[in-house]
Design a protein around this ligand. Structure first.
Ligand SMILES: O=C(O)C1=C[C@@H](OP(=O)(O)O)[C@@H](O)[C@H](O)C1
Ligand SMILES: C=C(OP(=O)(O)O)C(=O)O
Length: 425
């Protein structure tokens, strides 16, 4: 049975709206895991409520943590978390969440009993080899090189080489639990450049905020000292990557979208939207109400290496189809291993609406031309779905397949989009 189609609203006037984003997926899932491994009870405030976050909560509960929600609303929650001894014998559903499939195995490797991991059909295709090899080298018993697999610990830790060129999450996944390994860990990256470096800085910074000693002074080497993870009261920042489609709406319609609570300093890669969207023609300013992006009537094509901000690619590609000059996006070969093969999916869907895009070895080329309506398939990928919504603002008749897939990181997307178009403040 095919998924329902969502008629993407076409904007009839410039949007003028304030859009408050719920918590960052990446920060939420790191904070929940660190709190579950801490030396005492802690709190994670303004945590995202979404499929990926719920899968993380279920996984941590299955491994022995007590997680109690308070002040729950549809999209945000404060969690009171009491760590417990890490127990095995569990079955973990990772869904399609990279943060669950790459972060939780190291924690499971603390348990003496076997833990079984599986996920959505496409999750079985996402790369897992480097982190599973590393856990094996550090002393865990691991079956298989991809989902489904089992892990049995406890591992001891120590020194290991790992190729994180396929995903920064392999490295983050090892580092997040490493303070609890008997010997800590020294990881040396061995391979082509690592993508999504801001996410590694996010891991290191959050480890330090939770009291863990991390040495990242030598390029491509990370040392985590063994020791306790501190119990903290931690507040999650808004999700800046999920701000992307809304900020793009300001550009596409020549209006203004303001995102309150934009952090002054952050490791989130979405912060780079400020320069990326300015390069594509937006006016971007910090106002007392938040970060305001205003469309100037022009969308310029872009030549950009998006390796560091790979998860923004679908949204930037959507904007590029509506630009007045061609775009060339590079540095993102590894997003073929994201929720779907994003390079293939973007080319298929853009060209399916009459566009002109092609894959390169490590990215995309997009030559704007008039698009027509049609079905924009989402491939169970939240960022494909929101890319279709951006194009639909300017192209009548775009129907996004399975808009509910945005529930991976932003369950309220469709109603927030409607509110934005209504001019909500
Ligand atoms: O650590 C994280 O929270 C993430 C790291 C990145 O993964 P890759 O390094 O695989 O791009 C990013 O794309 C993903 O959305 C979230
Ligand atoms: C790549 C992404 O997700 P994941 O955490 O599943 O890797 C993403 O959100 O764009």
């Amino acid at each position: 049975m095919s998924a329902p189609l969502w008629p993407a609203p076409t904007a009839t006037e410039p949007v003028r709206a304030t859009v408050a984003l719920p918590g960052s997926k990446s920060v939420t899932n790191r904070a929940l895991l660190l709190a579950a491994l801490a030396e005492g009870p802690g709190t994670v405030r303004r945590a995202l409520r979404s499929r990926d976050a719920d899968l993380m909560v279920d996984a941590l509960r299955a491994l022995g943590a007590t997680m109690i929600p308070s002040d729950e609303s549809a999209s945000a929650v404060d969690w009171a978390i009491t760590p417990g001894p890490v127990t095995g014998g569990a079955r973990i559903d990772v869904g399609l969440a990279g943060t669950v499939m790459r972060f939780v195995p190291s924690m499971a490797a603390l348990a003496a009993d076997e833990v079984f991991f599986d996920g959505d059909p496409h999750a079985r295709k996402r790369p897992m080899g480097p982190i599973l090899h590393a856990l094996r080298a550090l002393g865990a018993e691991v079956s298989g090189d991809a989902l489904p697999f089992t892990i049995k610990g406890p591992l001891t830790g120590g020194e290991v080489r790992l190729d994180a060129s396929g995903s920064s999450q392999f490295l983050s996944g090892l580092l997040l639990t490493a303070a609890r390994f008997a010997k800590g860990v020294t990881v040396r990256h061995d391979g082509p450049p690592i993508p999504s470096q801001p996410h590694i800085r996010m891991t290191v910074q959050m480890l330090r905020e939770f009291g863990v000693v991390v040495d990242d002074s030598e390029p491509d080497v990370w040392r985590v000292e063994p020791g306790p993870i501190g119990a903290r009261d931690f507040t999650v920042e808004p999700d800046l990557s999920n701000a992307a489609p809304f900020l793009c709406a300001a550009m596409v319609t020549g209006g203004t979208v303001t995102v309150p609570g934009w952090p002054a300093h952050t490791t989130q890669p979405g912060d780079q939207l400020r320069t990326l969207l300015a390069d594509m023609g937006a006016s971007v300013e910090h106002t007392p109400d938040g970060l305001a992006v205003t469309g100037t009537g022009r969308i310029a094509g872009i030549e950009a290496d998006l390796r560091d901000v790979a998860e923004l690619t679908p949204t930037i590609a959507a904007l590029a189809t509506l630009a007045d000059s061609p775009s060339r996006i590079g540095g993102v070969a590894h997003i073929r291993g994201h929720e779907t093969d994003r390079l293939a999916a973007l080319v298929a869907e853009i060209n399916g609406l009459g566009g002109d895009a092609n894959e390169t070895e490590d990215g995309l080329e997009i030559r704007p031309r008039p698009l027509s309506g049609g079905v924009f398939h989402s491939y169970a990928d939240h960022r494909m779905a929101t890319a279709g919504a951006v194009i639909g603002l300017a192209v009548p008749g775009v129907e996004v397949e399975d808009i509910a897939t945005t529930g991976k990181t932003l369950p309220e997307f469709a109603s927030m989009w409607a509110d934005m178009l209504r001019g909500a403040r």
